[in-house]
Ligand binder design. Structure first.
Ligand SMILES: NC(=O)c1ccc[n+]([C@@H]2O[C@H](COP(=O)([O-])OP(=O)(O)OC[C@H]3O[C@@H](n4cnc5c(N)ncnc54)[C@H](O)[C@@H]3O)[C@@H](O)[C@H]2O)c1
Length: 394
């Protein structure tokens, strides 16, 4: 362990907070877990206990190890009694509701009680770390530590220093999280960071092709799984994530990029959310999960499938290349993020090399010529690399 004896606070014991608490406790830290709602931490501990028992059944850890991990997660109760209990923590990670005012209020209250060298980490997926740090008296110790769901399973953690974050804090947190067995990538404090930015076309371009009647959801999912090698098709994945959650992230990235048409949300998805078709959790989404509902069959036409996949992949690669151009992260970290954070079968930049950058550029130019939309504009970096005959990682 990189920092023996470091006590970690986790505030917000929902889906993410409980996973983060488990990760930190598994790495040997004593963890204080709290929530705004009474009883949530008790539920969280029970669900962590269940997860640990499954680990024991699968022989990933012994019963004694599981007991030790659970014993290290202390119920700090509900935060209505204040934050004094976090006084002894060297790091506090928040995983509360995704609202800027809530996160700002939490950090400004916390910084009054924690030690001067203690770090405040935010697990936000779509807010600006600078904005969360901006109301703090000591913004240099505020940093984004973005886990993926479920946190104990997904290997990736994006580390996001804000403009104000101290470099030493950034380095310390990166090596701490790496010592927890996670793959870390450093991203700039830009909308969606790496994964939630680069992945947008996986959903957006699938929805666009659905709306145009090019294919139905089952066919697009089939094309991406069978021809693309993705573990899940875009529509099954959106149903799994929750259409409300996916739509909210898309909207937030679109607004944060000053309404760049590349990130424009889809009316189809909006209507689904408005109708309560939120996906698996609601029993209906793009698919019908109710008992006895008919199964949607894909039309397995290889030519149509290939065209669908080529179009989505070209848009994904363009987004990854543009993220390199805009300095969001290094090419290596961008590829690592997409394979470790969302299980893409290959890194998008390595994939671009494989297909040929000029092929990707030609596909985008054809789309832009056909639609006349800025949405399809090729990244200037892609153009430059094709012009200069360059490749990624060369
Ligand atoms: N769910 C995901 O896939 C995912 C992935 C990465 C990051 N995130 C981010 O993690 C954060 C939490 O998401 P989640 O999915 O765990 O949400 P969740 O709704 O499951 O849990 C949030 C918890 O925070 C508690 N809470 C709300 N306001 C609070 C406050 N002021 N003080 C203390 N507790 C408070 C709630 O009672 C709830 O138990 C969000 O910022 C979200 O954007 C979510």
């Amino acid at each position: 362990m990189a920092e023996r004896g470091l006590q970690v606070g986790v505030i917000g014991a929902g889906a993410m907070g409980r996973g983060i608490a488990q990760v930190a406790a598994s790495a040997g830290h004593s963890v204080l877990l709290a929530d705004a709602t009474a009883g949530v931490v008790t539920q969280a501990r029970a669900s962590i206990e269940k997860t640990l028992s499954r680990n024991v059944e699968k022989q990933r850890r012994t019963q004694a190890e599981a007991d030790e991990v659970l014993a290290r997660i202390v119920d700090a109760g509900d935060v209505s009694r204040g934050y004094d209990v976090f006084r002894s923590c060297g790091l506090v990670i928040e995983a509360v509701v995704e609202r800027l005012d809530a996160k700002q209020a939490l950090f400004t209250a916390l910084e009054k009680v924690i030690a001067p060298d203690a770090v405040l980490g935010t697990n936000t997926s779509s807010l600006s770390v600078a904005a969360i740090a901006g109301t703090c008296a000591n913004p240099e110790r505020v940093i984004g530590i973005h886990f993926f769901n479920p946190a104990p399973v997904m290997p990736l953690v994006e580390i996001i220093p804000a403009i104000t974050t101290d470099r030493g804090v950034s380095e310390r947190i990166t090596s701490l999280v790496a010592s927890w067995g996670k793959t870390t990538v450093v991203a700039t404090d830009t909308p969606g960071f790496i994964v939630n930015r680069v992945a947008r076309p996986f959903y957006g371009e699938s929805l666009r092709q659905l709306e145009e009647g090019i294919a139905d959801v089952a066919t697009i999912d089939w094309a991406m799984r069978e021809l693309g090698g993705f573990r899940m098709g875009p529509f099954e994945l959106m149903d799994f994530i929750g259409n409300d959650v996916n739509y909210a992230v898309t909207r937030s990235v679109f607004e944060a990029f000053f309404y760049d048409p590349r990130y424009k949300p889809s009316l189809t998805q909006r209507r689904l959310v408005e109708s309560g078709f939120l996906g698996k959790k609601a029993g209906r989404g793009y698919y019908d999960y109710r008992e006895g509902a008919p199964v949607r069959e894909a039309k397995q036409d290889a030519a149509i499938g290939q065209a669908i996949f080529d179009r989505i992949l070209a848009m994904l690669i363009n987004e990854a290349v543009d993220a390199v151009l805009m300095g969001v992260a290094s090419p290596g970290d961008i590829d690592l993020a997409m394979t470790k954070g969302v299980n893409y079968p290959k890194g998008l930049l390595a994939w671009a090399n494989e297909i040929g950058l000029s092929t990707v550029l030609a596909r985008l130019e054809a789309l832009q010529a056909e639609y006349g939309e800025d949405r399809y504009r090729p990244s200037p970096l892609l153009r430059r690399m094709v012009r200069d005959g360059r490749q990624f990682f060369a």
